[in-house]
Design a protein around this ligand. Structure first.
Ligand SMILES: NC(=O)c1ccc[n+]([C@@H]2O[C@H](COP(=O)([O-])OP(=O)(O)OC[C@H]3O[C@@H](n4cnc5c(N)ncnc54)[C@H](O)[C@@H]3O)[C@@H](O)[C@H]2O)c1
Length: 254
């Protein structure tokens, strides 16, 4: 049922990391994929590695004009839009007291306004198609209060809310909108802050390790597919149990 045959999916921030892996799994499931990113060389290489089912377009998610170009390309090249993965994002880590207003605005612009423009831009094409699935990549930081994530955490809580608003507005149009909340996952974004993979490397989570991109991408493909035909407005944590609540592994006296 996790079948994407004959579906066209736009994946933002797909040059590398989670987006690139989602593109790989979507193509493997039969989809035609439009990968977009501001990283032109990496994006073109990722698309080329996936063969004729994938294309790359330069795309800054904060630009309404770029979005119009991406949707028009998907329609002209592949005949329509069935899926959108709003994955592009940046992460920064400052305490509220030291976070600059300029940086806070920049993170919200990419991580939240970019998602809003994306949803707004594909809705007409999905209505034309008679159905659609939008998967918004939020974060575990959109499910809990995580220190040093001022702009990032606020943007990811916003994505979670926008997802539910869209699900309510578009349910009867057969357009499903869900959010995925990855926990700490090994990608270029987290490698750059010293995160490592392997068992026992992340004792914060019940599973005791960070996630890997294929583990997140599987959830994305499920939500894009007809296997999730009655799932909308949901928030799917894919986080090794990080957000289950206080992660107390040892209780005194036991
Ligand atoms: N890696 C994790 O631990 C983790 C955890 C929770 C959520 N996430 C979210 O998953 C998504 C993917 O993250 P990743 O870990 O693969 O990071 P990454 O940095 O490897 O990939 C993000 C991609 O987004 C692109 N991008 C940035 N700004 C853009 C813009 N304005 N327009 C278009 N593309 C832009 C980047 O060029 C990059 O290719 C992000 O939204 C991130 O917040 C990641």
């Amino acid at each position: 049922m996790n079948d994407l045959a004959d579906k066209t999916v736009i994946i933002t921030g797909g040059a590398r990391g989670l987006g690139a892996e989602a593109a790989r799994q979507a193509v493997a499931a039969g989809a035609r994929v439009v990968i977009t990113d501001v990283l032109d060389e990496e994006g073109a290489a990722t698309a080329a590695g996936l063969g004729t089912q994938a294309r790359f377009l330069h795309h800054d998610v904060t630009s309404e004009d770029d979005w119009a170009r991406v949707v028009a390309f998907a329609v002209a090249e592949f005949g329509g839009v069935d899926g959108l993965v709003n994955n592009a994002g940046i992460s920064t880590g400052s305490y509220l007291e030291t976070e600059s207003v300029e940086n806070f605005r920049r993170v919200l612009d990419i991580n939240l306004t970019g998602v809003f423009i994306g949803m707004k831009s594909v809705i007409p094409a999905m209505k034309e198609r008679g159905s659609g699935s939008i998967v918004n990549i939020s974060s575990a930081a959109g499910l809990m209060g995580l220190a040093r994530t001022g702009g990032y955490g606020a943007s990811k809580w916003g994505v979670r809310g926008l997802t539910k608003i869209g699900a309510v507005e578009l349910g009867t149009e057969r357009i499903r909108i869900n959010s995925v909340h990855p926990g700490m996952t090994y990608t270029p974004m987290t490698a750059s802050i010293g995160i490592q993979k392997g068992e026992g490397n992340y004792p914060n989570t019940p599973m005791g390790r960070v996630g890997e991109p294929p583990e997140i991408a599987g959830a994305v493909v499920f939500l894009l597919s007809d296997a999730a035909s009655y799932v909308t407005g949901a928030e799917l944590a894919v986080d090794g149990g990080w957000t289950t609540g206080p992660t107390v592994k040892y209780v005194m006296g036991q």
